[in-house]
Design a protein around this ligand. Sequence first.
Ligand SMILES: NC(=O)c1ccc[n+]([C@@H]2O[C@H](COP(=O)([O-])OP(=O)(O)OC[C@H]3O[C@@H](n4cnc5c(N)ncnc54)[C@H](O)[C@@H]3O)[C@@H](O)[C@H]2O)c1
Ligand SMILES: [Fe+2]
Length: 405
Amino acid sequence: MLPFSLKVLFFKFFQLMLKWSTKILTFRTPELFSGPGSSLQLCEHIAGRTGVKNLLIVTDAMLVKIGLLKPMQDKLTELGVRWVVYDGVQPNPTIEQIETGLAMLKKEGCTAILAIGGGSSIDAAKVIAARARNPHKVVHMAGLMRVFFKPMPLYAVPTTAGTGSEVTIAAVVSDPSTTRKFAIMDPKLVPVGASLDGALMAGLPAPITAATGMDALTHAVEAYISRNHTPMTDAEALEATRLIMQNLPTAVHQGSNIEARQNMAVASFKAGVAFTTAGVGYVHAIAHNFGAYYHLPHGLANAIILPYVLDFSKPECTDRLAKLAEVSGLKTGGESALQLADKFIAHVRALNAEFGIPTRVDKLKASDIPQIAAKAASEAHWTYAVPRYMDKPEIERFVAQMLPA
Ligand SMILES: NC(=O)c1ccc[n+]([C@@H]2O[C@H](COP(=O)([O-])OP(=O)(O)OC[C@H]3O[C@@H](n4cnc5c(N)ncnc54)[C@H](O)[C@@H]3O)[C@@H](O)[C@H]2O)c1
Ligand SMILES: [Fe+2]
């Protein structure tokens, strides 16, 4: 067996090739409509596209129940677009939910898809769109560049801020049969159009606002400390961090503040742009397993894990954490880079505490840790250019810190 330090050299070489490939493959971004009410502009844009007469709306039942879709449905009808709703998506969407949506798309003869919802609805819609034009199964799309043919046109209206899924190359799918949550990563998955409509988020409950906002922060931070960062991803990640630090507490405590909601929607998009090129890191690799094993909401899992990973990574990215502290408004003057890095990590912990996010995972079982560590290592090590590596026994000890007290 190769020593871990040698394996790290292979990981780093592979990630360098990934970085070069992102220089050649510039990722497409969706045609974007931004601002309160922009979801209706997106509907007008869809209606203006030739060939989009029969639309599958992919969403979750809760959003139908609270009437969030109604203005968009009315607008589409007014413009002569027929639509049908698939509302079977649930948080951490499964292959089965995707296949059920695909069956409806085929039965109804739909030619385009509109995802309305959080990352779960957008991700499910991405994979339905890919499956509609590709013969291979969802599990065979897992990993990098495994979607061979161009998916059906997909439009996205995020209702959380969030995952950034409206601009990313990723779709995250759960497979309960193997207790696995895996990512499909392919530039072909990026939606063709999207809206950032903060007004749709005014009713998002405070705990979900907090957790999804911490997911966006995690994207910005993991992209910023990634070794695969670029000047473009740095600019987007720093601006996302600044916006999140300025607006997330307001969005959580005064949900109907549309300015804060809109700024969070923009921040989430920017964080998505950053991580789709620079990648994420151990926070996501471990969080996906907490989602698969214990159905922990994705943002909540990230929020819990983020300060632990920052503590561990700090020796290899002190200056970058210091810069994040600066854009977060934490610099008072005269602090060293190390002091600023510590301030940033302490601030993330303080935000978690303010939002009632715990420091440990209640459902985490010691007996699951070896498997969780193995799956997190296999997700992280080839694709995520993390600043500091852990071998599997280290990941086990690391995850054990989050066992219930
Ligand atoms: N594709 C990507 O790039 C990417 C990135 C990060 C995470 N993800 C994935 O996205 C999923 C999580 O998505 P999410 O965090 O956005 O949450 P979600 O889509 O699972 O939604 C969470 C809950 O919020 C409710 N909700 C959503 N919008 C609402 C609104 N405006 N008002 C009231 N209630 C609302 C939903 O009904 C649901 O119950 C996970 O599966 C995660 O792995 C994907
Ligand atoms: Fe995420």
